[in-house]
Design a protein around this ligand. Structure first.
Ligand code: C2E
Ligand code: MG
Ligand code: MG
Ligand code: MG
Length: 287
């Protein structure tokens, strides 16, 4: 109701265009030059193997340092990039940065890159991945792409073709935000994933008695049966970590260990200290 009111008042000043639309348009225009003006950056968040107690990969998470609006979250601008046809270009930029960074400073750890549905389906996606691997010299096994179910809903045959091609190269594939969205279990049967990332809402509510714990247990059992690694996202407390360890979750990721950060800030990060003290020692620079 408030929104409708705001919209109506605004229309007096900008006929046919509300505040939200104006912002969207401004961001859309800005995105056209964001790469050339060096405004995009990639932060990395470690993924920790609970058995090895070490960092096995880093997730690449994009940010936009907007000249007047400050740091903009991908939740805001990725949908705009998708709608305005810029996602393939931006996605390619992120993947190249991430692969370079992995070669330069991640040792043997992998890097995972979020790939949006439109980027995944765009003509030449697999060729682009091959070119980037070739250019950067990253071994394909060290690259993982994270897809959400939205990338797989229409035209399953096309999606399966792309996935199989990637798998043949040696690239790994994970299903992100598992448990939200369409959540058809048949995806697990049809598509050759290497890992499932359980959405952080389940981790957040793990102690609330609302069924999140039961769902996590079931997903972990499913993962073991199907030989998929299961990654819990959004681990923020020692209590959540403790439960996930008892459930024999494979990997965790979350603020308890580290927030997404610049690679330099992650260089000295050792997850062992978090296991020992239960306190976060990760880079505290919020992003
Ligand atoms: P995602 O791939 O599910 O990434 C996880 C999000 O959870 C990230 O938000 C991360 O910063 C946040 N997170 C990690 N640990 C915690 C925690 O302990 N607590 C809380 N509250 N949050 C945590 P971020 O970086 O804002 O990214 C949001 C989404 O934007 C991502 O969700 C992904 O879907 C999308 N995204 C990010 N980078 C890219 C990109 O390069 N390309 C595309 N297509 N999408 C991207
Ligand atoms: Mg992700
Ligand atoms: Mg996720
Ligand atoms: Mg997400």
């Amino acid at each position: 109701y408030a929104k409708r009111q705001g919209r109506n008042t605004y229309k007096v000043f900008a006929p046919g265009m509300d505040a939200e639309e104006q912002t969207r348009l401004e961001l859309e225009e800005g995105l056209a030059h964001a790469i050339a003006r060096d405004e995009l950056l990639v932060l990395y968040q470690p993924r920790i193997d609970l058995f090895q107690r070490s960092v096995v990969s880093y997730e690449a998470l994009i940010r936009w340092r907007h000249p007047s609006r400050g740091l903009i979250s991908p939740a805001t601008f990725i949908p705009i990039a998708e709608q305005s046809g810029r996602i393939a270009e931006i996605g390619e930029w992120v993947m190249r940065q991430a692969c370079r960074q992995a070669v330069a400073s991640f040792g043997e750890a992998s890097v995972s890159v979020n790939v949006s549905a439109l980027q995944f389906r765009a003509k030449g996606f697999v060729e682009t991945v091959m070119r980037i691997l070739d250019e950067t010299g990253l071994r394909p096994e060290r690259l993982e792409i994270e897809l959400t179910e939205s990338a797989l809903v229409d035209d399953r045959d096309q999606a399966l073709g792309i996935l199989r091609h990637l798998k043949k190269l040696g690239v790994r594939v994970s299903l992100d935000d598992f448990g939200t969205g369409y959540s058809s279990l048949s995806y697990l049967r049809v598509f050759p994933f290497d890992a499932l990332k359980i959405d952080r809402s389940f981790v957040r509510d793990i102690e609330s008695g609302d069924g999140s714990l039961a769902i996590l247990e079931a997903v972990l059992r499913l993962g073991r049966a199907m030989r998929l690694r299961v990654v819990a996202e959004g681990v923020e407390t020692a209590a959540q970590l403790d439960i996930l360890q008892r459930l024999r979750c494979d990997e965790v990721q979350g603020y308890l260990f580290a927030k997404p950060a610049e690679p330099e800030a992650l260089a000295n990060f050792d997850p062992v200290t978090v296991f020992d003290t239960g306190r976060s020692v990760g880079p505290s620079r919020a992003a």
